[in-house]
Structures are given as C-alpha cells and as structure tokens.
Design a protein around this ligand. Structure first.
Ligand SMILES: [Zn+2]
Length: 376
C-alpha cells in the first residue's frame, strides 16, 4: 500500500500547506513537529507523557541504535517500537548525519563509509544496503536513504561529489528496499543534498523525484548557514518537489525556521531543541523563552505559560521549577520537557489553524513579533 498524503489546503498567500499523512493506520496532521528520541527514548519522558503532548510521530536514530543496543537485540525483541513501548508512528533517519558529525576517523568511498564508533572505537562499515537492512530490523514506519551531509562551507567540487554519491546511494537503498518483501509497511524517503548550491540542489531534487519516493526530505540545512541562505535554498528546491507528497526538513526546529519553512511548503520537522533546552532550563512560551534559573523566579507563583494545557503548567509554579533546578532534581528535566514538547505541538496546531483560515502570513508576522520581537 502506498504512503497516503492528503493535501487539504494550500495557502493563497504563500506555499504553506495543510495535510494529513496516513501512516500505517495513524493519522498525522501536517505541518507536523516530531520530537526526537535519538536512543529510543525522548529524553526524560515516558511514551505516555510524549503521547499526552499530542505527538503522534517521533524520530529515532539509526546510527545510535546500531551502536546501542545493537541490531541483534532489536531483532530478537521485534523492533524499536515494541522495545520502547511506543504505539504511534516513528521515523528513523539513516545515520548519515551522525557518521559525518560523530564518527572518528571515517573514510568515505562510493561504496560507503568506514569509520570508528564514537563510543568504543569499534570499526564499522556503513553501506546503503546495510543502512536499509538495519532500518528494516529497527522497524520504524518511515525510514531514510543513506546520504552524505557536508558542511555549509564545503567547496562546489566536493559538494557535487557528495551529492552524486547521495544519488547513487539513494538508488541502491531504493532497489534493496523495494526488493524486500518484509518491508511493505515501511516507507523509504529520499534525501535532497547539494549543500549551498542551487544547481546541485535542483539536480538532486529532480533526480530523486524521477525515482519516485513516497516522501522527500531536505538534508544538510541548519548546519551553520545564514537564515537567508537557508530560505533561498529551500525556496528553490521546493519548486521541484511534487505537490502530492510530504516534504520533510531534517533537523530544523527553531520557531522562526519552522515559520519560514512552512511558508515554503515544508510539512515535517524534527529537532532535539525542545528537550535539550528544557534540560538546560529554557522554557518556550508564545512570548519567547523563559529562563527558569533566573533568580527572579525564586518566589514566582505563576505558571511557565498561562493558558498552556500541559501537565506542568496545570500543576506547578515557576518557583517550584526554579527550586527543582537548584536542587538538581530529576523531576526538573521531566516537567520542563513535557512543557516544551507540548509547546511545539501547540505551535503546530496554531500554524495549521492559521493555514486553514488562510491567515498564515499574518500569524507568522505576529509570532515573529511576539517570540523574537522582530518585524517581518
Ligand atoms: Zn505548559
């Protein structure tokens, strides 16, 4: 059965779109934000807590799961969803990004990447086939091709070589995935690379679209380039994406980046920021970031955000959270993560409502003013 994506509405003022992704019986409203559970856990949250934030699609990481707990364990137990008691939808990235950001002493050839594990130095060889095989065992609903992500300042020559490799690997990933009978409930997405070069991005997008993937992602952005650069690349790439398939911008979750990318027609996002910043004492509100550590919150009886329906805001004051942080209590990370993930889902609900009412441009303008005090 093909991956079904229903497009309900496209904004008359921009390319923002409203849709539903039907993933193995789970309906996911788009634009969607996916909380990140790198090592098969959204940090400091139980699956029930994650579900209560109205998150239905989360992300786990292939590279980390291959290293720990390892494929033998996941094979025996019947996949990562069963292993981690997650009953909704899941996506795994290909591990490409981590091979380039974490691994030690890697050697890249057209066949794959030889590298040493960042944990114990163990030698591993990632090939397109191996990465798909691993994702079949891990068992997420949405899986990704193996790709090569380059830095934002990579030369044209190197960016082209990496893009050619990404296309070659995408073909190998798709061939292997399509020939595997046991993977019919897993959908493989293609990743558009090409660094900061419009012609490379365009060529990569067109080539992958010809290969007919059930959904597409844009990789290699939010890696240190400027907002304008990201915006220009995205705007150009989106011209070449089919309208009837979901588009995923990998690793992007900053409020302004989400607003800008939705405007260009992106449907899916993921980022570690809500949970990472939560643990560092940064709570998101519609009016910007609140630093709970600030001594002004020592006796502050107000909630992180009045009107937030999360468990944290329903029950606890900023003063209590400030105390938990000072006392280095585990509950601090839990309560802050609940709020920040719920904030992201409230943001996405508001974004979807504004597209539905054809008011997205006004919504973006208001949100940029409220959150960053920036006029757009
Ligand atoms: Zn809250």
């Amino acid at each position: 059965m093909p991956l079904k994506f229903n497009l309900h509405k496209t904004s008359s003022q921009s390319k923002a779109r409203l849709g539903t992704l039907h993933i193995n019986g789970i309906d996911v409203a788009t634009p969607v934000f996916m909380p990140v559970g790198t090592k098969a856990t959204v940090k400091a949250m139980t699956p029930t807590m994650v579900e209560e934030t109205q998150s239905k699609l989360i992300l786990a990481n292939t590279y980390h799961l291959i290293l720990r707990p390892g494929l033998e364990v996941l094979k025996q137990i019947g996949g990562v969803k069963k292993f981690s008691a997650w009953n909704n939808a899941m996506l795994t990235d290909s591990g490409g990004f981590q091979v380039f950001s974490l691994a030690k002493l890697r050697k890249i050839t057209d066949k794959g990447v030889m590298f040493n594990s960042h944990i114990d130095g163990q030698k591993l060889f990632f090939t397109p086939k191996m990465v798909i095989e691993a994702q079949h065992i891990i068992g997420a609903d949405l899986i990704m091709c193996f790709d090569e992500c380059v830095t934002h300042d990579a030369t044209y020559q190197y960016s082209k070589e990496a893009m050619d490799r990404t296309i070659k690997w995408a073909k190998e990933c798709k061939e292997y995935h399509d020939s595997n009978e046991n993977s019919e409930h897993q959908y493989l997405g293609g990743i558009v690379q090409g660094a900061m070069f419009d012609d490379l991005r365009e060529y990569c997008a067109k080539t992958l679209v010809d290969m007919d993937f059930p959904f597409y992602s844009i990789g290699g952005l939010s890696v240190g380039e400027s907002d304008t650069q990201m915006h220009d690349i995205l705007s150009n790439v989106m011209e070449h994406m089919p309208t009837n398939k979901a588009r995923y911008l990998m690793g992007v979750g900053e409020v302004r980046d989400i607003l800008n990318a939705v405007m260009e027609g992106i449907d899916m996002f993921d980022c570690v920021m809500p949970t990472r910043n939560a643990r560092n004492g940064e709570a998101f509100t519609m009016a910007g970031t609140v630093r709970i550590r600030n001594s002004k919150h020592k006796t502050d009886e107000s909630r992180i955000e009045e009107g937030c329906d999360c468990y944290t805001c329903q029950n606890f004051s900023k003063a209590y959270l400030h105390h938990l942080d000072k006392a280095k209590e585990i509950l601090f990370s839990i309560l802050m993560s609940i709020h920040n993930v719920r904030f992201m889902q409230r943001l996405m609900t508001d974004i979807r409502k504004s597209i539905e009412e054809d008011l997205f441009i006004e919504y973006r303008k208001n949100m940029m003013k409220r959150f960053y005090d920036i006029d757009v």
